[in-house]
Design a binder for this molecule. Sequence first.
Ligand code: CA
Length: 241
Amino acid sequence: MSKVRIVVVEDEPAIRRGVVDALRLTGYDVAEAADGVTGLIEASAGGVDLVLLDLLLPKRDGLQVLAELRRTHPDRPVIVLTARGTEEDRVKGLKLGADDYVVKPFSARELLARVEAVLRRTTRKPEAFTHVGVPGGTVDLARREVRWAGGTRCELSETEAAILTYLLQHRERAVAREEILGRVWGIGTAGLETRTVDMHVARLRGKLRDPAGGDPAETILTVRSHGYMAGPGLTLPEGMP
Ligand code: CA
């Protein structure tokens, strides 16, 4: 098994060294950066399991780094390192999707405990879905096909199947349009608008609607001014929470 890789973005050399040493001693593979620009590059690299991110950084602010990282890597775990008395930054960081924060000055023991807790929470693998039930029918995600009780079928596009799978994998929360755009369409989404997501979701919803009428339970919920969420009309195979 390869080592867990952690990126430390911190401009104060003494703090950075302390954090990096503590992590290496614990057995983590560590990369470090002393400013926001290098930090974003390191944090965006493949194979990174966790990012420790200071907020006050030269060249590029930590909150900007976090926002950009969330856009391109929505699931990459981030722990924010904040100075005491910057409550507002901490709140902003959590709103931007940081997984946790540690207030400076912190002990190595405290930091390592947070690191382990976040890694425990986030290293679960995305679930693979083969089937999901909708009112009056079943979606075969592997074949990208909706089968209705009456025998009719309807095909989902690759994008529609990917949106549905992503919403199911993150069914405990609402997913922002930007996140769907980043995850389903991948990088290089410049020029694509979140309206594109709305159009695909509208089409997908239409395809998940029972042609024979029936149960009106919603399959995909709209979360106003944010995005979408898996709805009560989607029923998971047995054994899945
Ligand atoms: Ca700093």
